[in-house]
Each structure stands twice: as structure tokens, then as C-alpha cells.
Design a protein. Structure first.
Length: 264
């Protein structure tokens, strides 16, 4: 319930009760090998394994034995249910595991701690890019990385692999869309910057406040139309030798470590 005596954005975030979906607490990996790797990694907290009731033979036995060694419960479900839970109809191999992501939050909950720097992914659909961005941003100390449920590659084994496992412990903030995220950030008075090759202000020389949000647009279309109205400043990365732009993961690395450099 919201205290009607104070409806400022900060007060609303402090008092609004958020229902957390399981998808906002776990990174779900699917397929025999990724599930076995998760079960064999003592640094990961595996909440449960879901195994198709049609799974038999040596492959199923390996998963059952690995789960037993870790004391992880195994639930049986129909093959169709496993496909639905995995979100992948071709590569789940009848098994998935929910791995606890201790720093994953909903956007509402994550913004309560007033992170200094928030990175918003907008329309980035290549899993390798999402994974590399998660790894880079986490390494640079970015305090919140918004990975929307729609319009961005889901947190699947390809993303986990590209992040070299960092996806499990990255400070991920979940919401429906990038537009929802930037609207919430603007409501809390965050300036919102976006990268654009034609922007006059350079990421290296622009005045960047200590508390800010940065949007990374898609590999092809850039910043989406519903996010653009919320952008308060545009930044470019200077290029030499006729190079027009960087891959979004490369641009993210430049941006994140420039932010880290300024903090240092």
C-alpha cells in the first residue's frame, strides 16, 4: 500500500509492495551440459532441477546423480512443460535448472537502493552481446543493469556462456520494457544518456553526474522510438581511421570503464 501522505517517487518506491516472479530471482539454464555444469559448480546455488518425465537413460541418470550429490530437488514434468519453462523449444533436451541469482532484482526493488549508475539494454537481441555487456558492466562496478523481459535476449545458456558465468551474479534489474525503465528512472530524477555516433558531446569529455542512467540501443536500430523521448543527453565515442562505430558490446565496455575511471 502507498502512504497517501507522500507520493514522491522515492517514497512510492520505499512503500510499494512488489510481487516478485520466479523469473526475477533465477537464471534458468537448460540442456544436459549447462545443467550439469551448474550442478558441478559449488559456487552456484541451484534451487531446483526440472526433468521431463520422458527423460530416460544415461543422460537422465547423470542429471539425477549430480542433483543428488548437491542435495538439489528434482521435479518431474511433461516434456511440453519443460519447453515452456525453458522458453526454448529446440535445445532444452528435457531438462532445466533454476540457478539463484543473488543480485537480480525487479527494477522497482533495485531502485530503492538508489544506484549511482544504471545501464539500460534497449533492443539488444544477440545473446553474445548481452552476455559480454553483463560481464563488462559488472567488472566496471555498474550497480544496476536493466535487462527487460521484452525486446532483449533472454538470460539463457548462450548469454551465460558469453558472460563467462558472470550473468549469475550480475546486478540485473528486471522489468517489462526499456521504455518502462527509463520512465521510472526519469521519475526519480536520473538524467538519461544514450550513445549516438553523431552526438557532439564525447563520452570522454561530457559533464556526467555521479548519479546517471545510460541506454545502449540495438545492434541495428539504435535507441527505440519509445525510449528516445526520455533521453536527456546524447554521447558519442570518438572514432579514428574512418571507423564509423563499435559493436554494442564494445561501446558498452568503453562507456562502463570511462564511468569507472571517473569514479576512481
Amino acid at each position: 500500500m502507498i502512504d497517501s501522505g507522500d507520493t514522491s517517487p522515492k517514497r512510492v518506491l520505499d512503500t510499494y509492495r512488489v510481487d516478485v516472479s520466479p523469473k526475477d530471482k533465477f537464471v534458468t539454464v537448460y540442456g544436459r551440459k549447462p545443467v550439469l555444469e551448474a550442478l558441478d559448480d559449488p559456487s552456484l546455488d541451484v534451487d531446483k532441477v526440472v526433468l521431463a518425465d520422458t527423460a530416460r537413460g544415461q543422460a537422465a541418470r547423470e542429471v539425477l546423480d549430480a542433483a543428488a550429490r548437491r542435495g538439489v530437488p528434482v521435479q518431474r514434468a511433461t516434456a511440453q512443460r519443460v519447453k515452456v519453462l525453458a522458453g526454448n523449444g529446440k535445445q532444452d533436451q528435457g531438462v532445466l535448472a533454476d540457478v539463484v541469482a543473488p543480485r537480480m532484482r525487479t527494477l522497482e526493488v533495485g531502485l530503492r537502493s538508489e544506484p549511482r549508475t544504471v545501464l539500460v539494454l534497449d533492443g539488444i537481441t544477440t545473446p553474445a552481446n548481452v552476455g559480454m555487456i553483463l560481464r563488462t558492466a559488472t567488472a566496471a562496478g555498474i550497480e544496476g543493469i536493466v535487462v527487460p523481459r521484452r525486446g532483449v535476449a533472454s538470460l539463457d545458456p548462450l548469454v551465460v556462456k558469453a558472460s563467462a558465468g558472470v550473468a549469475f551474479r550480475a546486478p540485473i534489474l528486471k522489468c517489462a520494457t526499456a521504455a518502462e525503465a527509463v520512465a521510472a528512472l526519469r521519475g526519480l530524477d536520473y538524467p538519461v544518456f544514450a550513445l549516438d555516433a553523431s552526438a557532439r558531446a564525447s563520452v570522454f569529455t561530457a559533464d556526467l553526474p555521479a548519479r546517471a542512467a545510460f541506454v545502449l540501443g540495438s545492434e541495428t536500430a539504435g535507441i527505440s522510438d519509445d525510449v528516445r523521448p526520455h533521453v536527456t543527453g546524447w554521447l558519442s565515442i570518438p572514432m579514428s581511421a574512418g571507423v564509423e562505430s563499435l559493436n554494442v558490446a564494445g561501446a558498452a565496455a568503453v562507456l562502463c570503464f570511462e564511468v569507472a575511471r571517473r569514479r576512481a
